[in-house]
Design a protein around this ligand. Structure first.
Ligand code: ZN
Length: 219
């Protein structure tokens, strides 16, 4: 997961309590969340939902609350439904959602599972890890098993890209300028703007050299 800074400006449709999914709301959420689902981190998902972090259950204060709206893909929203109501909040600057849940990319494109490991006993971390486990590794329906496999393949593709620059950085015959370039590329992949950034950042934290070099930049 990644932390999100949402702007203070409330979209007009929300302020007027007209709609929580009009174009201005979707555009504002898309921009704040870097076009990524706040749960699985897929960028530009084919199906997007404006999700209520706390289920509104027809309470208009919750329904039109700018701070209660999150950018989610249809798949994650469908897995979360009303079952997970005490999750880590990526929009709360006090919560380091990235460090609370360790995520490691699949080793191969067809890997059956990837690592989801909570880092504390905080009830919110426990529940978030349970949800992410379902999102990334679920086999609870045929549909979710197949789409989960697609999702892991996409994460693996990002991991391959990261490895390409890692190899360049570590290669004996790389020029200093190539090494610098490789580091800049890795910085792009670990930034919140890139998809599956949490997986890349955890790989960096787990690597002695990269952690020394890039660890302090991870927020
Ligand atoms: Zn998602």
């Amino acid at each position: 997961m990644f932390n999100v800074e949402r702007g203070d400006e409330v979209p007009a449709s929300l302020a007027a309590r007209r709609s929580y999914k009009d174009e201005d709301v979707v555009k504002a959420l898309e921009s704040a969340f870097h076009k990524k689902c706040y749960l699985c981190e897929t960028k530009e998902p084919q199906d997007i939902n404006v999700e209520h972090f706390v289920a509104h259950q027809n309470d208009n204060d919750l329904k039109y609350d700018w701070n209660n709206l999150y950018f989610s893909c249809g798949r994650c929203n469908n897995i979360k439904l009303h079952y997970f109501n005490d999750l880590l909040d990526c929009c709360d600057p006090e919560q380091d959602v990235f460090r609370e849940i360790k995520l490691l990319p699949p080793r191969t494109p067809g890997a059956r599972k990837l690592v989801v490991e909570r880092q504390s006993e905080d009830p919110r971390s426990v529940q978030t890890a349970q949800l992410l486990e379902k999102i990334y590794n679920s086999e609870h329906t045929v549909n979710k098993a197949v789409t989960g496999s697609y999702l892991r393949k996409k994460i693996h593709t990002q991991f391959v890209l990261f490895n390409k620059w890692l190899i360049k950085y570590y290669a004996e015959d790389s020029l200093p300028v190539e090494r610098e370039d490789a580091i800049e590329r890795i910085k792009i992949l670990m930034s919140n703007q890139s998809q599956y950034s949490a997986f890349i950042k955890w790989c960096i934290l787990d690597d002695e050299d990269l952690n020394e070099l890039l660890g302090p930049l991870i927020n």
